[in-house]
Design a protein around this ligand. Structure first.
Ligand SMILES: NC(=O)c1ccc[n+]([C@@H]2O[C@H](COP(=O)([O-])OP(=O)(O)OC[C@H]3O[C@@H](n4cnc5c(N)ncnc54)[C@H](O)[C@@H]3O)[C@@H](O)[C@H]2O)c1
Ligand SMILES: OC[C@H](O)C(O)[C@@H](O)CO
Length: 358
């Protein structure tokens, strides 16, 4: 594709509930290690919808018009003079956050914690719902022939799940309870299975999501009740046949009742991972944490090796990300697709790039 004759149409958030399309200049390669990519597909994340509706997530506030989107696949159209690993025509999954590579977290191997991170569609940085995008070549992951470009757009949320499940240190034969069966929770459950967990319990408050989780990857599913956290936890463990508690519990909901239940679901000496992002401050059961010597960890985006492993899991047929794609729409229908995600009618919507025919 020739960027000179193609569209760089972008889907731009001006302010809450106000989006437009605009043709912006095609970016040029600023660094010899960068590549220019034509964006093929972009998934809509809950965070994109949150910015669209509220104009902010925590202290990230949209102050200038911002291109949305960060879950993308693309095709390389031009490479910088120092790029040896990619060539025009290569199909890639696009890792959308670029760390400084020089700070303490970067040098310790935790580049996802870089304070200078430039992350797509996190203010003040534009996102990937656009025609063309430049990225460092080592943040572009070549897709094997067996992986489609639509699956390539699912690598981003899958990498989030890979990072969470790695934080949980899930080992073969273990039991894992995943709170929340949205895209991230479903993918955590699938990765936990792929890592060899023998019992994977999905918990949600919406029965249809649990039905899907069972058909997708979970061995058990439980509809969370509005009862005290300890009672809820006891019911989950009874249903799942885990009298001693679960080896690992992952929160992929961000909901306070779910987080409270989690600390009563995890076994003595087990691991709890906070993946969901909800209210900044909640009441947290510190006594259960303390008395059971629970290892509690946070998980933020993805780091070393997570994207690579996510591509490999899809290529090996271990996580069928296609099943999560509810629909694919042309670029000009992006706002309708956002509405569907907001209404909770779908699992994952993909938007075809402005130069993609569907
Ligand atoms: N840690 C990270 O880097 C990272 C990255 C992406 C998303 N997230 C967060 O992960 C979470 C999940 O993302 P998603 O896209 O799947 O969101 P989602 O909103 O689609 O899924 C959340 C699910 O939690 C369920 N839920 C709500 N209350 C519950 C409760 N009390 N018990 C059990 N389930 C409950 C909802 O019904 C829903 O299915 C969100 O909080 C999101 O912000 C974190
Ligand atoms: O998958 C990446 C996440 O959506 C982002 O980190 C977002 O939640 C905050 O910018």
């Amino acid at each position: 594709m020739d960027p000179k004759s193609a569209s760089n149409l972008s889907f731009i958030l001006n302010k809450p509930n106000d989006v437009t399309f605009a043709d912006r200049p095609v970016p040029t390669l600023a660094d010899a290690h960068d590549v220019l990519v034509a964006v093929n597909y972009t998934g809509i994340c809950g965070s994109d919808v949150h910015y669209w509706v509220h104009g902010a997530i925590g202290h990230y506030v949209v102050k200038e018009p911002m291109v949305l989107g960060h879950e993308s696949s693309g095709t390389v159209v031009e490479v910088g003079s120092a790029v040896k690993t990619l060539k025009p025509g290569d199909r890639i999954a696009l890792e959308p956050g670029y760390p400084c590579r020089r700070c303490g977290p970067c040098l310790s191997g935790k580049y996802n914690l870089c304070p200078e991170m430039r992350f797509a569609a996190t203010p003040p940085y534009h996102g990937t719902l656009t025609g063309f995008w430049t990225a460092p070549a080592d943040f572009c992951y070549k897709l094997p022939d067996a992986v489609s470009l639509q699956e390539g757009a699912m690598i981003e949320p899958l990498a989030v799940a890979v990072h969470i499940v790695r934080q949980a240190a899930v080992a073969p034969g273990q039991s894992v309870v995943v709170m929340g069966a949205g895209p991230v929770g479903l993918l955590c459950a699938a990765v936990a299975r792929a890592f060899g967990a023998s019992t994977v319990v999905s918990v949600d408050i919406v029965q249809s999501k649990l039905d899907f989780a069972l058909s997708f990857c979970a061995t058990h599913a439980y509809a969370s009740q509005r009862v005290a956290a300890e009672e809820n936890a006891a019911n989950i463990l009874r249903e799942a046949g885990l009298p001693d508690g679960a080896d690992a519990v992952i929160d992929a909901s961000g909901a306070e009742p779910s987080i409270q239940t989690s600390l009563h679901v995890v076994r003595r000496g087990g691991t709890y991972v906070q993946g969901g992002m909800g209210r900044a401050d909640i009441t947290f059961p510190i006594m259960a944490l303390c008395l059971k010597e629970v290892t509690a960890k946070g998980s933020f985006r993805y780091g070393s090796g997570d994207y690579k492993l996510a591509v490999e899991l899809v290529a090996a047929g271990k996580v069928d990300v296609k099943r999560l794609v509810s629909g694919v729409v042309p670029f000009r229908e992006a706002e309708d697709a956002f509405k569907k995600v907001k209404e909770g009618e779908v699992i994952k919507m993909l938007i075809a790039g402005p130069n993609e025919k569907i």
